[in-house]
Write a protein that binds this ligand. Structure first.
Ligand code: FES
Length: 105
């Protein structure tokens, strides 16, 4: 599936990944800047914070459970904030666009 990452300055980067992985690993494996993922995907660091394109929020869905607690520690939260390690990529998310924040933490 194809994904587009947009950095905080508006620069776009398109990547192709297999469904089944997480949005965080898709970014890390493709050297997308702006995602640190210090905890390696355990929902324990909030440095994989991204903004889902609002047009995609229905399909991606909001944060739930532990992700809500961890996400609340991220800076510059928005209604479309998610921790990218908790977003599982499926065929239904082909074409997904996400924005990366200016900084993590
Ligand atoms: Fe740490 Fe996502 S990688 S919370």
């Amino acid at each position: 599936i194809n994904l587009t990452f947009v950095d905080h300055q508006g620069a776009e980067r398109s990547v192709s990944v297999e469904p089944g992985s997480s949005l965080m690993t898709a970014a890390i494996y493709n050297d997308v800047p702006g995602i640190e993922a210090d905890c390696g995907g355990s929902c324990a660091c909030a440095t994989c914070h991204v903004y889902i394109d609002p047009a995609w929020m229905d399909r991606v869905g909001p944060a739930a459970g532990d992700e809500v607690d961890m996400l609340s520690t991220a800076s510059e939260l928005r209604p479309n904030s998610r921790l990218s390690c908790q977003v599982k990529l499926s065929e239904a998310l082909d074409g997904l666009c996400v924005e990366t924040p200016a900084f993590q933490g």
